[in-house]
Design a protein around this ligand. Structure first.
Ligand code: 13P
Ligand code: ZN
Length: 265
């Protein structure tokens, strides 16, 4: 968490308190460091109508999460204030704090979205552990000048770096601008996460999900690199491009299950 937040800040993706991460931990591993029966306090979920939010599949699961209003640039220097280890309790009464948030802090305001995304991704891939939200600069810039259509947006990014189709063959889901920190955006993101590991929140940022911190970071990093190349070239005459047949060859060489309907063959 420390290394990743520091990297994301260094790359300019997470200004001020922008971005949040949640990482599903292994209970046995946590028990080596923490007394699991020592609940420091119970924290109600923000932006959520408890009756409308069901995290039953995550009951008893432990996550390390970034805090709301906390700056990524500060995590490495003071993880115990800026991060928290939380457990999802059996009853709908908020989350149990096991470690961290020493200044009275609370989990990210996007926790409902994160938890809903974990539930969706765990159904698609039982090894999924990480959900990451960020505001990467070029990806965001691209939102203002490129059509926000999943096929067209994914296709443009795939064209920007040869290996994009191998890194995110499942493509990118897109949500229109929505109010963040709410149940509604959480539900909509989780719905997209049933088929995509990457979801753009229009004019806000991106969500990524993966098995490990590296995989999830790498997904967002690859999108951001492709978006940067797009933003460096979109206003110039395009002379060369990677053809759809070439992308298909690459996807087949890497044996990835790519969105064939996102190519024009
Ligand atoms: P938090 O500080 O609550 O994590 O919010 C940051 C953010 O990026 C909201 O979308
Ligand atoms: Zn955000």
């Amino acid at each position: 968490m420390c290394k990743t937040t520091a990297n994301m800040y260094r790359l300019g993706w997470d200004e001020r308190n922008g971005g949040n991460i949640s990482y599903l931990l292994d209970e046995k591993e946590v028990a080596e460091y923490l007394n699991l029966s020592n609940v420091i306090r119970t924290i109600p979920l923000m932006g959520v109508n408890a009756a409308d939010f069901d995290a039953t599949p995550l009951q008893g699961k432990i996550f390390i999460v970034t805090g709301t209003g906390k700056y990524f640039k500060n995590v490495e220097g003071d993880p115990e204030t800026n991060l928290g280890v939380i457990r999802i309790p059996k009853y709908k009464k908020g989350v149990e704090l096991l470690w961290g948030f020493t200044d009275g802090g609370r989990p990210t305001s996007e926790l409902p979205s994160h938890l809903m995304c974990h539930m969706a991704r765990l159904k698609a891939d039982p090894d999924n552990r990480v959900v990451m939200h960020s505001h990467p600069t070029h990806t965001l810039a691209m939102n203002y000048v490129h059509e926000l259509n999943e096929k067209k947006f994914t296709h443009t990014l795939w064209e920007m770096c040869t290996e994009c189709i191998a890194v995110f063959p499942d493509g990118i889901g897109i949500l229109p601008w929505m109010l963040c920190g709410t149940n509604e955006i959480g539900k909509a993101t989780a719905k997209k996460m049933e088929e995509f590991r990457l979801v753009v929140w229009a004019m806000h940022g991106i969500y990524g999900a993966g098995k490990s911190m590296d995989e999830t970071f790498g997904l967002i990093e690859t999108v951001e690199k492709a978006a940067q190349i797009y933003m460096l070239t979109a206003h110039l005459p395009r002379i060369n491009t990677i053809k759809d047949e070439e992308m298909q060859q690459l996807a087949e060489l890497f044996k990835v299950n790519y969105r064939k309907d996102f190519l024009n063959l």
